[in-house]
Design a protein around this ligand. Structure first.
Ligand SMILES: [Zn+2]
Length: 415
């Protein structure tokens, strides 16, 4: 039976190894407690010592690599690395190809405001679709290529260009589920990436299947070998080990300081994260609900309960308000991939979590009664309700965009 944390709303079946203790409090909430007692000044000086070590003395190479997407932590990482700690970063970005107009705009604005060099990888869209057809069928994932690309491109660039330090924003396993303590100072590993980011499958593992994928098709997603990594001394550190992480407060500062753009999304109240993608908080998120019975809005309310931005009871209302909403942008994805809605639904039925879902008398999927009784969900069917907004999560998109361009932008100039 799925249990729920008494303090946040996480379920015990969270895929990032959540543990609920004898007091009914989850490991993520326990590790969060550290945020209020850690001597952050000391942590910041540890960070300062690390970056000093990597500064290019000759000035001929970059000091570090900073991976960005144009949304989420991108601005805040650069704010710290470039403007506070005065490093000279090479910014790298994997083009996920599901780009919104706002995401392209935010990325262009980032180049401008932070005055940095940006290296972008756009993999042949034909190959990306071929891989995505495969991962959709085998793992029920439309996002594997994005995660694989985002987590490997920075490492490939670091080894090729001999820039050993990669600076990431927030470590999800630490911040969400308390898989590590802040004191572990966990760094990037190939193992974590494979097991948790990539659903247990590296790029090489995909080609053994029957879709005609070749090693050339997936070469942009292959992790450099250990020898190459050791030769350059590549390491990846996470800023939330050194700075008290608070996504909402950070984004409010980024809006003020650098004109970061935000917008309302269909399946969550958080206007700041993942606004660069048509799918992340839409179709991809709905798939998460089908597979696990929870979704991104749960991640976000858990984060904001812990940071005291919202109460637990308000969080329950928020989750119920958003989690049942049907995705709005599915047709864009079906057209892009060249599949029908029926084919998609057929595939998703193979990946639907049968411990949570059951067919009703009309052959529609509905949440099982015992699942509902034991959870905080108030109603199983979609209702048309005004979305619940949360103070501090602003939408300033109309400042940057006068029309709704309902298409993926592969490459755009952003202004
Ligand atoms: Zn919790």
């Amino acid at each position: 039976m799925i249990k729920y944390c008494k303090r946040c709303l996480y379920p015990s079946n969270h895929p990032l190894n959540l543990i609920i203790d004898e007091h009914g409090i989850c490991s993520g909430c326990r590790v969060h407690e550290e945020k209020n007692i850690i001597n952050w000044e000391k942590k910041r000086s540890q960070f300062s010592n690390i970056v000093k070590e990597y500064k290019s003395n000759s000035g001929k190479n970059y000091d570090c690599i900073v991976p960005v997407s144009g949304a989420s932590d991108s601005y805040y990482i650069l704010h710290l690395v470039k403007n506070i700690y005065k490093m000279n970063p090479l910014v790298v970005t994997y083009n996920k190809q599901y780009n919104t107009k706002l995401g392209i705009r935010n990325l262009a604005n980032l180049k401008d405001k932070f005055d940095v060099d940006v290296l972008t990888l756009t993999v042949d869209p034909y190959i990306v679709k071929k891989i995505t057809r495969h991962t959709l069928r085998v793992f029920g994932s439309i996002y594997w290529h994005c995660i694989a690309g985002q987590t490997v491109f920075p490492v490939q660039v670091a080894t090729r260009m001999k820039v050993p330090l990669i600076i990431w924003g927030c470590h999800q396993g630490l911040d969400q589920t308390g898989m590590f303590s802040h004191h572990d100072q966990v760094e990037m590993t190939r193992k974590y990436r494979k097991e948790h980011d990539l659903l247990g499958f590296e790029a090489e593992d995909l080609i053994e299947d029957i879709d005609g994928l070749t090693i050339q098709d997936v070469s942009q997603y292959i992790y450099p070998d250990n020898q190459e990594i050791t030769n350059v001394g590549v390491r990846g550190i996470y800023l939330n080990n050194f700075f008290r992480w608070d996504s909402k407060t950070q984004h409010q500062l980024m809006v003020k300081k650098y004109d970061y753009g935000s917008y309302f999304q269909n399946r969550t109240y958080d206007t700041y994260n993942n606004s660069d993608c048509w799918n992340y908080n839409d179709l991809h998120d709905y798939i998460k609900f089908i597979k696990f019975g929870y979704s991104k809005v749960v991640d976000q309310v858990c984060r904001d309960i812990r940071l005291c931005h919202i109460s637990r009871s308000k969080a329950i209302d928020i989750v119920n308000n958003y989690i049942f909403k049907k995705p709005k942008n599915s047709n864009l994805f079906f057209n892009w991939l060249g599949i029908t809605k029926n084919a998609f639904n057929y595939v998703m039925d193979q990946h639907r979590n049968k411990d949570i879902w059951i067919r009703d008398e009309n052959w529609n999927w509905t949440l099982k009664k015992d699942f509902l009784v034991n959870s905080y969900f108030k109603y199983p069917e979609e209702k048309v309700e005004e979305p619940i907004l949360v103070e501090g999560f602003e939408n300033n998109n109309n400042k940057f965009s006068s029309d709704d361009d309902d298409s993926y932008i592969l490459i755009g100039k952003g202004c």
